[in-house]
Design a protein around this ligand. Structure first.
Ligand code: SAM
Length: 260
């Protein structure tokens, strides 16, 4: 069946069997785990995921793919034709007795962040493996002081250990996209930061990165600067620091001290 790729849905189908196998092999699932695949497309990755014999739920928005994807249906595999972003995941998986959830997706860039927000508080989430544009993968795994480090990186580091796994050449896809891609893994952290006020913490991060060129002092004008500068000093950071120089633990320390 010939299905024309829809650009609006980010349809670049992966056709490199080695890469597909490598992606499936990168998640250490057991038969009692649940894999959620977002955007199975024509099932190129689904075929390898199914071989792992875990529970498998796939969300595909494009109903033209029904005939191809329904071939994968079995006792442990369910395909849901819906926009993943509007899915009630807990309702969809309530009858499955699983240990951990692994999310896996080759997805268009524009839904990466909304997807992360949609799954971040999912109970029993173990990890998320994404195939995204190389630049996006770099941004997600950026370290402090690099140009790609931003509020999103800090936010993600709060929840996950992030690992850039490997590159995927654009010629591994059909149609061939303009840019290369990369596979990145986010493994959920056991959160024990003793953060006093999560809301304040996220607000400080957002404000700290508001004007990228400005110093922390300028961006955090409305907060108690004396307290903030004493924290910076503790970490040997100058009072002229910018947000991109601060690792996660400094933001946590600032939030906890401003909350007293
Ligand atoms: N996994 C397949 C592969 O690797 O060949 C297809 C990848 S293709 C880049 C992205 C897939 O995500 C497409 O099948 C597209 O229809 C689907 N998709 C796009 N937006 C979606 C959404 N919001 N919810 C579910 N699926 C979506």
């Amino acid at each position: 069946m010939d299905i024309k790729a829809k650009k609006s849905l980010g349809q670049n189908f992966l056709n490199d069997e080695n890469i597909l196998k490598k992606i499936a092999d990168s998640i250490p699932t057991t038969i009692n785990d649940l894999i959620i695949e977002i955007g199975p497309g024509k099932g190129a990755l689904t075929k390898y995921l199914q071989q792992k014999n875990s529970y498998l739920i796939c969300y595909e928005i494009d109903t033209r793919l029904t005939e191809i994807l329904n071939k994968f249906l079995n006792d442990k595999t369910k395909i849901i034709y819906q926009d993943f972003l509007t899915a009630d995941i807990l309702k969809d998986i309530k009858d499955i007795n699983y240990n951990n959830i692994y999310i896996i997706a080759n997805i268009p860039y524009y839904i990466t962040t909304p997807i992360i927000k949609h799954i971040i508080n999912l109970p029993k989430l173990k990890s998320m493996t994404l195939l995204v544009q190389k630049e996006v993968a770099k941004r997600f795994s950026a370290k402090p002081c690099s140009k790609d480090y931003g509020s999103l990186t800090v936010y993600l580091n709060y929840y996950f250990n992030i690992n850039y796994l490997f590159n995927v050449k654009n010629t591994s896809f059909n149609p061939i996209p303009k840019v290369d891609s990369a596979v990145i893994n986010f493994t959920k952290k056991e959160i024990n930061y003793n953060l006093k006020n999560e809301k304040l913490f996220f607000k400080i991060i957002e404000d700290a990165f508001k004007m990228k060129r400005k110093t922390l002092r300028n961006n955090l004008k409305s907060y108690n600067w004396n307290k903030i500068s004493s924290i910076l000093e503790k970490y040997n950071l100058p009072p002229t620091s910018r947000a991109e120089e601060l690792p996660l633990e400094v933001f946590i320390d600032i939030a906890n001290n401003l909350n007293v």
